[in-house]
Design a binder for this molecule. Sequence first.
Ligand code: URA
Length: 197
Amino acid sequence: MSVPPEIGPNYRKGGILLVGRDPGSREVQLGRPFVGPAGQFLDECLLAAGIRRENVAITNVVSEQPPGNVFARHHPEAVERGRRDLASLVDRLQPNLIVALGNESSWTLVGEGIWPSTGRGVYGATGILERRGYFWRGSGDVGGAKVLTTLHPSYLARMGEGGITGSLNAIKGSALGAAAAVAGFLGPGGVIVTGLA
Ligand code: URA
């Protein structure tokens, strides 16, 4: 079952598009992205960052659940479909900022041509822990789009209090707060370093 993007009723051209990995069981059941445990944490993060869910658009790099819930087991056609759908969504929504949540999303949106051309996860490639909190120009089909790479809400939820930044509230607010702050203010070209997230 394919889970379509959620375009917030108040989303306007030039807004923020959040991109996750693929739907879980709850998302497939309800036909909406990020409505399970990761979604609840994402909602908290959005709230902490002062971003209203109804103002943003949310989707995944692959819209189907992978066999055994393992991203690397996606059928190549599902990955390819996801790539095309994401490109046409970006074209339609014209977001000012795309927030890539986690590794798979960041490889898809700003990968160095590594993912998904190999057809499987590239766990040796630059990981999200090094990439988080940076702004990039999108690559491939989303070339030119502004992308902020940050951690996946599932990862953040697992880290909890005392996590990598030492404070759950800091984790919640930082990357998405940066997204809210910079949407519309990024200049052309290059990578912009924030030190946040
Ligand atoms: N994780 C994701 O990456 N996307 C969802 O929609 C749900 C969980």
